[in-house]
Design a protein around this ligand. Structure first.
Ligand code: PEP
Length: 257
């Protein structure tokens, strides 16, 4: 059963393509998605910072543009970082926060993610907060404990100040990202329901009803429909398949039946 929440499909291009190649992909993708669909689904791309100005004109009015990360700091001596205000100035409307690749390769903690969510909220940008367990956690049956602590450490003290325009949660089991392994629809829905229950307890029933919880982890054109058909799955965060115009379009199409 599809929920009342408007589906949201986001692509994450990671560190792929040069700006001009990216522009060509967007130029193919946008017209395919555009025809009638944009009214019933929200979609967007989390781009490398270097692509924001090149792709703005392609996406504007049709798809959302976002960053893959933002600084926990406001501004200043933080070489290499990009602030939430800089993202906003580039016409981004969202940013990923706490992607597992940032947690693994850049030692990002959930507490730091909370600060990033504050910075995004202050700029009126939507934070897409990523949580998920490793294969080891899943095999040990530890996944709910890990995910609950990721939620608590980043959102526990601030969820009351956020609404469903400012916060999306993405469940991305680490063992399914870029591996070709996907959580079954039952596994995904079980975790999504658990996350929604956590939101009921800490943010209230209204936010829990409205907040969109995305699934990410090897989503492709063939498995999207089953995952997106789950009652608590409100959309997808798509890595590899979002670089292919046809595949990403098919995933967006799957979300509207
Ligand atoms: C991701 O990067 O968030 C992701 C889910 O990647 P993939 O779809 O390639 O597994």
């Amino acid at each position: 059963m599809m929920s009342e929440r408007r589906p949201l499909i986001l692509g994450n291009w990671k560190m792929n393509t040069l700006p001009e190649e990216g522009r060509l992909v967007a130029r193919q993708m946008v017209p395919m998605i555009r025809d009638g669909l944009h009214l019933r689904v929200d979609w967007g791309l989390a781009l490398p910072f270097t692509h924001l100005s090149a792709l703005r004109a392609e996406l504007e009015g049709w798809g959302m543009m976002g960053g893959q990360d933002c600084s926990a700091h406001l501004q200043g001596a933080y070489t290499g970082e990009i602030s939430a205000a800089m993202l906003a100035a580039m016409h981004c409307t969202f940013s990923l926060v706490g992607h597992s690749e940032r947690r693994t390769h850049h030692q990002e903690t959930s507490a730091t993610c909370g600060l990033k969510i504050d910075r995004l909220r202050d700029q009126g940008l939507m934070a897409v907060y990523c949580v998920g367990e490793t294969l080891e956690d899943r095999q040990r049956g530890n996944f709910s404990k890990i995910i609950t602590s990721q939620l608590m450490d980043a959102l526990g003290s601030r969820i009351q100040s956020l609404d469903s325009n400012g916060l999306v949660i993405a469940y991305e089991p680490v063992w399914a990202i870029g591996t070709g392994l996907t959580a079954s629809p039952e596994q995904a829905n079980e975790v999504h329901a658990m996350i929604r229950y956590w939101v009921v307890q800490h943010g209230g029933a209204m936010l829990a009803e409205q907040i969109r919880i995305l699934y990410g982890g090897s989503v492709n054109a063939s498995n999207a429909k089953d995952l997106l058909g789950c009652s608590d799955v409100d959309g997808a965060l798509v890595g590899g398949a979002s670089l292919k115009a046809r595949d990403f379009t098919d995933i967006v199409l799957s979300s509207v039946g």
